[in-house]
Design a protein. Structure first.
Length: 798
């Protein structure tokens, strides 16, 4: 029989996935989340345990049903009695929660998710019963972890942690706080944890003895007898005794090594398996898991980015849309610029990203956030295709997003939309009426002419793409922009891409974490839930994330914090590590290691002729089956956008008769992007070819080692001018290259002739010591000059 996923079994058994997960974990199976699989025997075991649960809870339910139902219905009306969204589709409301489901039907759509969480009240009720019934199996311990915060636990006595991240409180304090935080999920969460701790405590002695051993002991190296006792359902004393009989004297808190644990398992007659620790910080994995969870798919609005050349009308178009098509139809339009907004057309929503430029678009992509579904390319009909138009096309193509062309400013007398079409055909954007498949719409962003038609086309394209996501799972998505607000702290605009984000959710965003404290839309309205493709602005993070960072909702704040902190640590380590971007210096090794088939190159040159000549020649290079892929080639200086594209595509930039802008230079240094500048085309081709063959000559960098202040001059007929001076910093050697500097101006650049201390030739003179020196073939040295010593150092390939 095939393996079954946790959520599939849960669905089949009509219980929450978390319950099944809890039981599986308490049995020692190596399962991580609802996507994990169970084999046949594991499934059988889970089913068995679940049946036992049912039998037991039935007994208790009959005893106490009246009491619990009253409590339960009360909790439903608590505004913050919400649980996590994970797999709510799998959890059906229990029979007793009739009032809940009614309420859920009656409430507005955007509350439906919250009401679904009430489905968890089933297991929670059971928890309460179990508390009063110590005979219940200890696995309720884990299954209770499914019980999400609910306020109906408020009337229960408290003990244990004080909420957010642990620590203890005395009973009175807790009571006070409980009253204050009536609606505080966090508190309720802690509360159910307390319950678990207490239950565990009470139940242990009776339960463990009666429970069978797991089939396999799934352990972590370094566990102690107590930990193993929990997994094996045996008293630690029994384990200690067993180990003693095996010749090992240990106490119950002592860490045991792998061998000891395996011997112990063998002695119990069961298998053993070391548990692979889940790296909670790898949020990409969580993101992918949420992305791949296709258990339930609902259509989602398209996410659109508008790109184009400066002044071609991007802002005018966005402004027009903002004022004419805002979602709520409220007067006043968008009140806050949050970097993204949703609008409605024909009762369908479209999300627009307010990206500040191509570089930002690609920068986000470089960070792993491919959030744009459709690119609208704005081209002014009176200006035609311009450099940034081409840049936008290349960026969109690299991101593999379909392009819709909006030919703008058709109201202008000199508008020539047909010319734009013809020009764009040269870039592979062929209009439908010319036999291609690119949608072109002639618009006037200023007057609003044909803007509705453009929106129709966007929706049409979205229909073709069948954009879908699962709103019934933990929220996951990307950061559109983020900033630090003086009053609110870190504020981030998030685009939900999967699941539903709720106010109160514990969340990891990039390398930071927190809890969604407030959530507002582009109209500044507070919202409770955000479904896929919805942009929202949130507060509650402990630091400011970066645009393009991913976010994932975790089931509990503790794990979110752990993941966030781990990621922050990893990010720092990463920063320190050499960036492994492809450069001409490491090209050969990269080709070998990464099994590269193509070397990505961006070409910038002073004139179109050079661009083409260089591109053609580079494309012809073929070294051992690897060739050059020119991803962007245009006229002009190397700009930030080129760096972003190079970073995103791991490309090398080749500049011919052009320089990088200062910003681009800085950015390239930060991002470790290799820019090579040439004045002769053949040199560029030779270098790339040599690099691909691993035969690029090493490059050298100058390193200044020290300075000598000249204080006296001696003239000697045989050797010329001798400068006497003091090494003011660093050192000078008898094979240094030297520069003579007078009034900050380099007078001469050459080599040292001789270096002496007193009368003796020396190899090196250090800072604070006097020396005498001559400069080869140069005698014009004066008192007050500075001799700068340097040497050429071979630069390690990047
Ligand atoms: N006649 C006419 N003018 C337009 C139209 N769209 C934009 N403009 C004008 O063109 C100029 C530039 O428009 P913007 O919307 O600022 O262009 P942009 O692409 O956002 O420019 P940047 O933000 O600088 O990249 C403004 O003066 C607009 O009023 C149009 O459809 N018709």
């Amino acid at each position: 029989m095939a393996k079954k996923r946790i959520y599939e079994l849960a669905k089949e058994l009509n219980v929450p996935s978390k319950k099944v997960l809890g039981i599986a974990q308490s049995n020692g199976f190596d399962v991580k989340n609802h996507m994990s699989s169970l084999d046949e025997s594991q499934e059988k075991k889970v089913r068995g345990t679940l049946n036992n649960h049912k039998m037991e809870s039935k007994k208790t339910v009959t005893k106490q049903s009246t009491h619990s139902n009253t409590q339960h219905n009360k909790s439903v009306n608590q505004p913050h009695a919400k649980g996590k969204p994970t797999n709510t589709q799998n959890s059906k409301p229990k029979p007793h929660s009739d009032s809940q489901s009614k309420q859920s039907h009656n409430s507005k759509n955007n509350h439906s998710n919250r009401n679904q969480h009430n489905a968890y009240h089933g297991p929670i009720t059971k928890v309460n019963h179990n508390r009063n019934n110590n005979a219940t199996g200890s696995h309720t311990n884990t299954s209770n972890s499914t019980s999400k915060p609910t306020n109906h636990t408020q009337n229960k006595p408290a003990s244990g942690n004080n909420g957010k991240f642990g620590g203890s409180l005395n009973r009175n304090n807790k009571k006070k706080r409980r009253n204050r935080n009536n609606h505080n999920n966090r508190f309720s969460n802690m509360y159910s944890k307390n319950q678990r701790i207490r239950q565990n405590h009470k139940k242990q002695p009776t339960v463990r003895k009666n429970r069978p051993l797991p089939e396999t002991l799934v352990y972590v190296d370094g566990m102690n007898a107590q930990d193993l006792g929990k997994i094996l359902h045996r008293e630690p004393a029994e384990i200690i005794k067993k180990l003693f009989m095996l010749g090992m004297m240990v106490n119950q808190n002592q860490s045991l090594d792998k061998d000891t644990i395996e011997v112990l398992a063998e002695d119990y007659g069961i298998k053993s398996q070391e548990k692979q620790q889940v790296n909670v910080s790898d949020i990409d994995k969580f993101f992918e898991a949420e992305e791949k969870n296709t258990a339930y798919q609902a259509p989602r609005p398209p996410v659109v980015t508008i790109m184009g050349h400066v002044d071609h009308g991007k802002t005018t178009l966005l402004d027009y849309l903002r004022h004419s098509h805002i979602t709520s139809g409220e007067a006043g339009g968008i009140t806050q610029a949050i970097g993204a907004y949703q609008m409605k057309h024909d009762d369908k929503e479209i999300t627009f990203l307010d990206t500040p430029g191509h570089a930002a678009f690609t920068e986000m992509r470089a960070r792993g956030a491919n959030i744009t579904d459709i690119t609208v390319l704005v081209v002014a009909a009176d200006d035609g295709v311009m450099p940034q138009t081409v840049e936008a096309i290349d960026h969109a193509k690299e991101a593999k997003t379909p392009i819709i062309v909006a030919v703008n400013k058709i109201d202008k007398p000199d508008a020539n939309p047909n010319h734009v079409k013809e020009q764009l055909m040269g870039y592979g954007l062929v209009p439908e009426d010319y036999g291609g498949d690119t949608i072109f719409v002639d618009i006037s962003a200023k007057d609003g002419t044909n803007v509705d038609e453009l929106l129709n086309m966007i929706l049409l394209q979205a229909d073709v793409m069948e954009l879908k996501a699962n709103p019934k799972q933990n929220g996951a998505g990307s950061v559109v922009e983020a900033r630090l607000d003086r009053g609110k702290g870190p504020v981030a605009t998030l685009l939900v891409q999967q699941g539903t984000l709720h106010r109160g959710d514990p969340i990891v965003v990039g390398d930071t974490f927190g809890r969604v404290r407030t959530m507002t839309n582009e109209l500044g309205q507070d919202i409770e839930n955000a479904t896929p493709s919805t942009p929202v602005e949130i507060t509650g993070l402990n630091d400011v994330p970066e645009a393009g960072d991913r976010f994932v909702v975790f089931d509990d704040e503790k794990t979110a914090r752990a993941a966030g902190e781990e990621r922050a640590k990893e990010a720092k380590m990463e920063e320190r590590k050499q960036n492994n971007r492809v450069t001409l210096d490491n090209l050969f090794d990269s080709m070998k290691q990464e099994d590269m088939k193509q070397v990505n190159v961006i070409i910038k040159a002073d004139v179109q002729g050079s661009v083409e000549a260089l591109a053609d020649s580079l494309k012809k290079i073929n070294v051992e089956g690897v060739n050059v892929n020119v991803i962007h080639a245009s006229v002009g200086a190397v700009n930030e956008s080129d760096i972003a594209l190079a970073k995103a595509s791991n490309a090398i930039i080749i500049g011919f008769n052009v320089r990088p802008t200062p910003q681009a230079k800085n950015q390239a240094e930060t991002d470790n992007v290799d820019i090579r500048l040439y004045q002769v085309i053949y040199n560029a081709i030779d270098d790339v070819t040599a690099a691909m063959k691993g035969k690029l000559d090493p490059t050298y960098e100058e390193e200044v080692t020290g300075n000598v202040d000249v204080r006296q001059i001696y003239k000697a007929a045989a050797v010329g001018t001798i400068a006497g001076g003091m090494v003011s910093d660093g050192y000078i050697t008898n094979d240094s290259k030297v520069r003579l500097i007078r009034d900050s101006v380099v007078k001469y650049d050459g080599e040292i002739g001789s270096l002496k201390r007193f009368k003796d030739d020396v190899k090196e003179v250090k800072q604070g010591h006097e020396c005498g020196l001559t400069i080869e073939n140069y005698n014009d040295i004066k008192v007050g000059d500075v001799v700068e010593a340097y040497h050429m150092k071979e630069v390690a390939p990047k």
